[in-house]
Design a protein around this ligand. Structure first.
Ligand code: GLN
Length: 573
């Protein structure tokens, strides 16, 4: 990244202990206002001004991490390079900042208590009564300042999960209040994200919820410096002045956060209102001008692509709750921008694919199909049926983790004639082509025990996978317990499946492809976790490109043949 101007570096280093400035971001009025996007957008603007920036998320729930939560509860679990299972907001941070996060970027109440209770059992508190204040709040503060003390960052943004007024996030806010005093004014800044609703009957924007939310923050001892007001309408000057007056902030410190066409436009909307200037002025930091040219080009392509659209079927079992596939959706936006097309996703619930006819109906008019990651047997037979259809009809296919495993099962059953082929995750047979990894066999605890985080992979020269990466040595992030069973590798290969990516010792199959198909690739890892707007993932980019070729060849995307499956068992698990 661009380096900080020496003036700003000096300015930051001067007169303070740990060298970093802290921006705390809280949310008020209601949830789902997009605190994660606001934090990521501001961080991206500050980074584009040459500052070294990172973001930390503090989540109020008691789970140690979201790894054991259902995607219906919490959306996608975002895995970092160092193998932490984290909140999906970390995905936004990486996608906007084009920078990798670590386990230090996400703290939960569960982790804080776990640490304090472990110390208590060890006797570290020497007979003292262990309390929320100061023991829990001290542990929170320690985590909030740890990255700042590393000397690697000029500015740390800290996003507090939940909504001000919740019981659960109170200890976090108490730590923030204490840090204000400890770090000294000028080293911290408070941004509060609120909602300004428009009441149709009155024909007016209402500021009262914002006033109440700020009052709740003040009761905790935190005075916001900047208010970002989410609204579906423009916040004209008189409304902004009214909010400033009642909430005790300066007139220029009420920022309009109106809805954007794409989340990637949000930094540009804030830049227009000079939010970054305001923040730097309040923190007393000087920095170079932002260079947003590349970002603007990608946003233009998202909004107005020149090559029309392609339709990709996204086949999974959490399709009613799209946060479960957040990174996949975003990866398609990046890959679409890179190919100058809009990727229109057609959501397909694999549980509904009970017959070949249902598959054909569901996949009508698509230019490619992605089979999503997942756990458990529900919907798996539908996925396998859909994979057979796209394999036989030469429709571009991309399988991720479970999606790749299903592709191997399908190929084993319908091409190699291993009719009982299955994964040990679903049923034990003589033909478990997908099996538990040896180091998973003794695992009893479910939390944090999968194959997690970044692993190297060697790509075979000349394969379609290689054409996508243009690199033999890659690293990808994993989150799974099962893998291709090496006992079946020879049979699969003899029938035409290529293992185009292997672990360096050759023991683990990381990528499969079918050379006699226009584009049929499956990865045991999660490429969606490494795609960023300005650096789209090579496999997503190549897959979307293959979908464009398919579309152009088939004029409107009708499938070439509708050959019937002889093996449609229609069994539902
Ligand atoms: N359930 C499969 C496994 O554990 C796939 C996991 C995934 O798709 N992330 O291996």
């Amino acid at each position: 990244m661009a380096s900080t101007t020496s003036a700003s570096r000096k300015r930051i280093a001067a007169g303070e202990k740990n060298g970093a400035k802290f921006i705390f971001i809280t949310g008020g009025v209601l949830s789902s206002l997009g605190k994660g996007i606001t934090s990521a957008s501001l961080a991206m603007l500050l980074k584009s001004r040459g500052l070294r920036v990172t973001i930390q998320k503090f989540d109020p729930y008691i789970n140690v991490d979201p790894g054991t939560m259902s995607p219906f509860q919490h959306g996608e679990v975002y895995v970092t390079d160092d193998g932490a299972e984290t909140d999906l907001d970390l995905g936004h941070y990486e996608r906007f900042l084009n920078q990798s996060m670590t386990q230090k970027n996400n703290t939960t109440t569960g982790q804080v208590y776990y640490e304090v209770i472990t110390k208590e059992r060890r006797g570290d508190y020497l007979g003292k009564t262990v309390q929320v204040v100061p023991h829990i709040t001290d542990e929170i503060s320690r985590r909030m300042t740890a990255l700042g003390e590393s000397g690697e960052y000029d500015v740390i943004l800290i996003e507090i999960g939940g909504t001000v007024g919740d019981i659960e996030s109170l200890p976090f806010l108490e730590s923030v209040r204490q840090l204000d005093l400890k770090l000294g004014r000028g080293n911290t800044l408070h941004i509060h994200l609120t909602y300004v609703p428009y009441i149709n009957a009155a024909g007016e924007l209402k500021t009262k919820p914002t006033q109440h939310s700020v009052k709740a923050l003040l009761e905790i001892g935190i005075q916001p410096d900047i208010l970002v007001c989410r609204s579906e309408h423009r916040l004209l000057k008189d409304i902004r002045e009214k909010i400033a007056l009642f909430c005790n902030v300066q007139g220029d410190s009420v920022i309009e956060g109106r809805d954007a066409e794409t989340i990637y436009e949000v930094p540009l909307i804030y830049a227009q209102q000079k939010l970054d200037d305001l923040v730097l002025r309040k923190l007393g930091v000087e920095a170079q001008e932002a260079d947003l040219k590349m970002w603007k080009r990608f946003v233009r392509r998202i909004k107005k692509p020149t090559h029309g659209k392609v339709r990709i079927a996204l086949c999974g079992k959490y399709t009613q709750y799209q946060d479960a596939y957040k990174s996949i959706i975003e990866s398609f936006i990046h890959a679409g921008a890179a190919n100058n097309v809009t990727v229109e996703l057609k959501w397909i619930d694999s549980e509904n694919l009970e017959t070949v006819a249902a598959v054909r109906r569901a996949l009508k008019g698509i230019d490619g199909m992605l089979v999503a990651p997942g756990f458990g047997s529900r919907g798996v037979e539908g996925k396998i049926r859909a994979i057979r259809y796209v394999r036989e009809n030469k429709i571009p296919f991309f399988g991720i983790c479970l999606g790749m495993q299903c592709a191997v099962i399908e190929f084993a059953r319908n091409v190699c004639g291993l009719t009982d082929a299955n994964s040990t995750e679903f049923v034990r047979t003589e033909q478990n082509v997908i099996d538990l990894m040896p180091d998973q066999k003794e695992v009893k605890d479910m939390g944090g025990t999968m194959r997690l985080g970044s692993y190297p992979c060697i790509v075979e020269n000349g394969t379609k996978t290689w054409k996508a990466y243009r690199d033999r040595f890659i690293n990808e992030r994993h989150r799974h317990r099962y893998e291709v069973n090496n006992a079946f590798r020879d049979q699969l290969a003899a029938h035409g499946m290529k293992f185009s990516g292997l672990s360096p010792n050759g023991r683990l199959v990381e990528i499969i492809e079918l050379p006699d198909h226009p584009w049929f690739i499956g990865g045991q890892f999660h490429p969606e976790l490494k795609s960023r707007l300005v650096a789209p993932h090579p496999l997503f980019k190549a897959f979307v490109n293959a979908a464009i070729t398919y579309r152009d060849r088939n004029e409107g995307g009708e499938t070439v043949s509708t050959k019937k499956s002889k093996k449609a068992k229609g069994k539902k698990k």
